[in-house]
Ligand binder design. Structure first.
Ligand code: THU
Length: 133
């Protein structure tokens, strides 16, 4: 499968990031089985704890648009020196909606994307076990 579009979408989404406090801009994108792609970015708030990460923003954007079946996730930050994987909270949210074998691509400013599967980012997921039953 060609994952260049979802990676490009994450790069585009980082341009929409609202991060006046951390100055750390993040974009994410999630690709659906029908080929459509939904964007997300981190959206900060002066009450810092209300901030949402780019990854959860992308997932909620897709779910809120009626999508259910996903084939890839991508994350990009122009402000990271290293490939930026999702935080723990986002790993759990991604695993809620993406199968264990879905690839998650993540990159820092060099645009050299690493890849881990959902099951590698979030192993022994009880939800995936429950869904099997
Ligand atoms: N952030 C993300 O959006 N995704 C990540 O994977 C790491 C952190 C955001 C949250 C906050 O707005 C800023 O980056 C600094 O932590």
């Amino acid at each position: 499968m060609d994952y260049s579009k979802v990676k490009e979408a994450a790069i585009e989404a980082s341009g929409f990031s609202y991060a006046p406090y951390s100055k750390f801009h993040v974009g994410a994108a999630i690709q659906c089985k029908d080929g459509s792609i939904f964007l997300g970015c981190n959206v900060e708030n002066r009450s810092y704890g209300l901030t949402i990460c780019a990854e959860r923003s992308a997932v909620f954007n897709a779910i809120g648009s009626g999508k259910k079946d996903f084939t890839a996730v991508a994350i990009f930050s122009p402000d990271s020196e290293f490939p930026l994987p999702p935080c723990g909270a986002c790993r759990q949210v991604i695993s809620e909606f993406c199968d264990a074998g879905v690839p998650v691509f993540f990159s820092g400013k060099d645009k050299n994307f690493k890849m881990l599967l959902v099951k590698e980012l979030y192993p022994f997921d009880s939800l995936h076990d429950l869904k099997k039953e």
